[in-house]
Design a protein around this ligand. Structure first.
Ligand code: HAM
Length: 421
């Protein structure tokens, strides 16, 4: 009996025009990272489970509820990466990056896995573009990192659709004092709050600020905020970050409620929010203690992760999809004997950078014309036995229907294509 097997819930296939949008975004990312002197890194899709419990945090939703964890055949606990910062930090330590010239600037695009409730823009397998910068504790590194995302949104014409929201959650010293104050404030209210907040109150009280439950709203109305408790150093850095962002022309809002859902952050945290979808397109911040926590030497660091799927969604919803790269010239051949005779010509044109296609199905001339129309080829090149004899071909502009006869030479065809005739 035949059985239809569907893709797993929360995953998707990406193909044809959508794939071209992904490629367009990825090309822009590569270009921007190159211009910022950031190197690409690829790390494994699965890692030792302890890596994530130690870095992202045992009490976070990601580690507690969302990880794809399993025992492999050697009885090791393995987890499909739910995010990439931890893997990059592991790679930084394991490969001795700390002995290389500082700062180390890395970027990645990759899939990650979280067992989440499905909704628009939320998948169980999704991709992030991220950067991680190691070795600078200066707010100038924060500016460079945020600037990469800002440049990408500009390039993709998404700047108006996305708001940058920033906050500071202080260092271990000032945060400890703030958490005491926060717990004191909530002490007589926590009983009436949701179960998650009750756990957070004990394990990670700052996450209470993030709770969206109606039940918790009234208790949170006059919550003390970390920005009022920052120590002198953190406060000075946050002020410098804000004034320099303004100076370099990066628009931002201060959002005191941003605390981030992963444990490793300190000081600067930020999110990029889609104004229409109300969804986070990206998030990041400093994680100055993580390298040490995972066994390395003290190394300040900062980075972000942008949701690729959400960027693509925004491009499509705002009709900002760039022109897909269609075939420049489709070669229609009257019979299969002609195919090998034009093969050098089509490869010469491919060498010149053109997208060239040719019939490989032995179809009738009419069927080849129909196909060229369907794939929106810009030109068709018609070659029959007579043309072959004369070493010429007919080039038809599919937009204007204008047709010219040219010599069967790549330079001749190149001239016509460049002229747009
Ligand atoms: P995150 O906030 O968990 O941060 O994820 C970053 C972005 O990934 C989100 O803003 C969102 O756009 C996208 N994302 C997250 N979950 C999903 C999902 N289920 N479906 C689709 N998109 C999703 C991190 O992962 C940190 N590692 C970012 C970072 C890098 N911080 C410092 N360096």
């Amino acid at each position: 009996m035949q059985m239809n097997i569907s893709r797993a819930k929360g995953t998707k296939d990406i193909f044809f025009d959508d794939m071209k949008i992904w490629e367009y975004v990825e090309e822009n990312i590569k270009d921007i990272c190159l211009k910022h002197n950031i190197n690409q890194i690829r790390t494994p899709i699965f890692e030792d489970t302890t890596l994530f419990s130690r870095s992202v945090g045992d009490e976070t939703d990601i580690v507690n509820k969302e990880m794809y964890t399993f025992l492999d055949k050697g009885n090791r606990s393995i987890t499909l990466r739910p995010e990439l910062t931890a893997g990059v930090v592991r790679a930084y330590i394991e490969n001795g990056f700390s002995s290389m010239p500082t700062p180390i600037k890395l970027w990645y695009i990759g899939t990650m896995y979280r067992y989440e409730k499905m909704q628009k823009g939320r998948y169980r397998e999704f991709s992030q573009f991220g950067i991680e910068v190691f070795g600078s504790d200066s707010y100038l590194a924060d500016i460079e990192v945020i600037s990469v995302a800002n440049e990408l949104f500009k390039k993709l014409k998404l700047s108006d659709a996305i708001a940058l929201k920033i906050n500071s959650i202080g260092c271990t010293v000032c945060r400890a004092k703030y958490i005491d104050t926060l717990k004191g404030y909530l002490a007589d209210k926590i009983e009436n709050m949701c179960d998650d907040c009750k756990t957070r109150y004990v394990k990670n009280p700052m996450r209470i600020i993030d709770c969206k439950q109606d039940k918790c709203k009234s208790a949170k109305q006059n919550l003390p905020m970390i920005t009022d408790y920052l120590c002198d150093d953190c406060s000075k850095d946050f002020e410098s970050l804000k004034s320099t962002l303004s100076e370099v022309g990066i628009e931002f809002e201060i959002d005191k409620t941003i605390v981030r859902g992963l444990d490793y952050y300190n000081k600067t945290v930020f999110e990029f929010i889609s104004k229409d979808l109300g969804l986070a397109v990206g998030g990041g911040g400093r994680y100055d203690t993580l390298v040490e926590v995972l066994g390395g030497t003290h190394t300040p660091a900062i980075g972000f992760g942008l949701g690729m799927d959400r960027i693509i969604l925004l491009l499509k919803e705002n009709n900002l999809v760039s022109n897909p790269k269609n075939v420049d010239v489709y070669f229609t051949v009257f019979n299969s004997n002609i195919f090998p005779k034009v093969y050098k010509l089509i490869n010469d044109l491919r060498d010149l950078g053109y997208i060239i296609d040719i019939d490989i199905c032995n179809r009738s001339f009419n069927a080849q014309m129909k196909y060229a129309n369907k794939i929106k080829a810009k030109y068709i090149c018609i070659i029959g036995e007579d043309e072959l004899e004369e070493k010429v071909c007919s080039l038809k502009n599919m937009n204007t229907s204008q047709q010219v006869k040219v010599k069967m030479l790549a330079e001749e065809i190149d001239n016509i294509l460049k002229g747009g005739n």
